[in-house]
Design a binder for this molecule. Structure first.
Ligand SMILES: C[S@@+](CC[C@H](N)C(=O)[O-])C[C@H]1O[C@@H](n2cnc3c(N)ncnc32)[C@H](O)[C@@H]1O
Length: 309
């Protein structure tokens, strides 16, 4: 574990108070997030993601299996997905919540015989994705909400998503839609954040930190992993892989927490920044500060899941 990361629960109260002195936590915790909030969050945070997270347009966590942050980690999921796609005869692939197109563009270049489609609800992201994918022929990006997919039944051999369905307001509806448009025998592969089992029995401060993290990332409420898997099984999916990769995103989280701690060091300066920039963008400092606590102390987990229809 990186020596600079702060994850000790004895320190959490101090950091929650620092956050509260800049952003009133009560208001954030009581926010009810809908898709309009998700769209404005990504519109306002676009520059933060570009200049702080990934200049090349990844809007997901780097996975660094060796425990040291490296930008190559933004491709870990994609290298694994390439192998999964190659394991069976695949003609058509769909990405849910494609963001700025980082994932599907990489895959479409690597696998030119396969047709890729990406959908998203954030226009700013789709504009970037469409621009960056020109003139690649085996890829299409379009507006689309994963709660109601605009595709015929059994249209795709393979569907994947990276950190987008955590924004779902109705997991059962999303899973039913994915099941509907996936061919029989097809796979749904996802890398995403969930609450860990036993969330409700955690210490109050840790629960508060987890809810603040979710709301500041424009996530209304993520499911506990096993509850979500029960919904998937009820929908008809067979679980093939469930891997907890939480430790492998810690290097990425550590890097972001160091920046966020600097932001909260001086509350007066933090408030001035808040006046100058949008609240949505600055709220990323909350999740950046708290996620190492919530992930290390098992409030949140980052999972690779493979489901089969
Ligand atoms: C964390 S970003 C991940 C983007 C991309 N998957 C990546 O790895 O770079 C989440 C994306 O999900 C999209 N999203 C959120 N809710 C959605 C919905 N209901 N339907 C489709 N996309 C959605 C957001 O607009 C955003 O682009």
């Amino acid at each position: 574990m990186h020596k600079e990361i702060i994850i000790d629960l004895n320190e959490l109260d101090k950091y929650l108070r620092k956050i509260d002195s800049v952003f009133p936590c009560g208001n954030i915790i009581n926010r009810n997030i809908n898709s309009k909030n998700v769209i404005s969050y990504y519109r306002d945070s676009s520059a933060v993601y570009k200049y702080v997270h990934s200049y090349k347009g990844a809007v997901h966590m780097a996975i660094n299996y060796d425990g040291i942050f490296n930008k190559k980690g933004f491709f870990t999921q994609l290298n694994e997905i390439t192998e999964f796609i190659n394991e069976s005869k695949t003609e058509k692939v769909l990405e849910l919540g494609c963001g700025k197109g980082f994932n599907s563009i990489f895959l479409a270049r690597k696998l030119p015989a396969i047709e890729f489609s990406g959908i998203d609800i954030t226009d700013q992201h789709l504009t970037v994705a469409k621009k960056k994918s020109h003139p690649i022929e085996n890829i299409k990006f379009a507006y689309g909400d994963f709660h109601k997919l605009d595709f015929e039944d059994s249209s795709f051999d393979f569907i994947f998503e990276l950190e987008s369905i955590c924004h779902a307001n109705d997991s059962s509806q999303v899973l039913s839609e994915v099941y509907r448009v996936l061919k029989s025998g097809g796979q749904f592969v996802l890398y995403d954040g969930f609450r860990q089992v036993g969330f409700e029995s955690l210490h109050d401060n840790l629960i508060q930190a987890a809810i603040l993290t979710e709301k500041s990332l424009a996530v209304n409420r993520v499911n506990e992993i096993d509850d979500w898997l029960k919904i998937a099984s009820k929908t008809g999916f067979k679980l093939k892989v469930k891997a907890d990769l939480s430790q492998n995103i810690m290097p990425n989280l550590c890097r972001l927490q160091i920046l966020a701690r600097r932001y909260f060091e001086n509350p007066l300066l933090a408030k001035i920044f808040l006046k100058l920039f949008s609240q949505n963008a600055m709220m990323n400092c909350i999740s950046a500060l708290l996620m190492p606590f919530t992930v290390y102390n098992k409030a949140h987990g980052y999972y690779k899941i493979i489901l089969e229809k």
